[in-house]
Design a protein around this ligand. Structure first.
Ligand code: DX5
Ligand code: ZN
Length: 219
């Protein structure tokens, strides 16, 4: 099983975004993770669909758009039109999760559902078969540079077991506090995609980071 790396531009140099994205793509990274925060669902504000639209022509990497916003249904059309490939909503942020998932799929995008660290896996119970990507938060969302919450390791392996037992194709993505040092343990627990923010951008040579990542996780 190939484990993918998705650098989160939250920790990149926003004043040199074009250069950053070119360097990330050249490094061999798989997905570009884009964190959207509204200052309401999470205590931080980042960027909106207009910036995603400007990023789109700069890269062929799939744009993995992580919506940390309340009532995300209001913006699904906008992020779809902006060029997102994967659109992830938080289960805690939408009243009608099933509707949000169906809407994303009707736009021809991969549907992701994210769970905060304290949210049980049972939230995914009746929708899992329609979820392309389950984004398991391993920090409380809002900021880069936080530490991986150890209990999440068991959450990942439990979800993997559920996916296998039910013969589903849902991919598990893990976001928050992922470093080269813990990547293997997280991948072994069952993660298919690892988001890396501060752990990626703290090393200048992105190509070397991706090489070490692939070597570490054995993909
Ligand atoms: C956190 C964001 C993450 C963040 C991860 O709310 O969703 O994607 O960029 O950053 P690190 O890897 O530094 O924890
Ligand atoms: Zn994220």
């Amino acid at each position: 099983m190939v484990v993918l790396i998705a650098p989160s531009i939250l920790s990149s140099d926003f004043t040199n975004m074009q250069r950053e994205i070119a360097d990330i793509e050249r490094s061999g990274a798989d997905w570009l993770h884009i964190d959207i925060m509204d200052g309401h669902f999470v205590p931080n504000i980042t960027i909106g669909p207009d910036i995603v639209k400007q990023i789109r022509p700069l890269t062929g990497m799939p744009l993995d758009v992580h919506l940390m916003i309340s009532d995300p249904d209001r913006y699904l059309d906008d992020f779809s039109e902006a060029g997102a490939d994967i659109i992830t909503v938080h289960a805690e942020a939408t009243t009608h999760l099933h509707r949000s998932i169906q809407k994303i799929r009707s736009l021809g995008k991969k549907a992701g559902v994210s769970l905060n660290p304290a949210t049980p896996l049972s939230e995914l119970g009746y929708v899992l078969q329609d979820v392309d990507v389950a984004l398991i938060m391993s920090v409380n969302p809002g900021f880069g540079g936080q530490s991986f919450i150890p209990q999440i390791m068991e959450k990942i392996s439990t979800l993997k077991k559920i996916i296998r037992e039910n013969d589903l194709t849902t991919a598990i993505e893990v976001d928050g506090g992922v470093k080269l040092e813990n990547a293997k343990e997280i991948a072994d627990a069952g993660a298919d995609i690892l988001v890396m923010g501060s752990g990626f951008f703290s090393h200048e040579d992105y190509t070397e980071t991706v090489r070490r990542f692939k070597e570490t996780v054995g993909s």
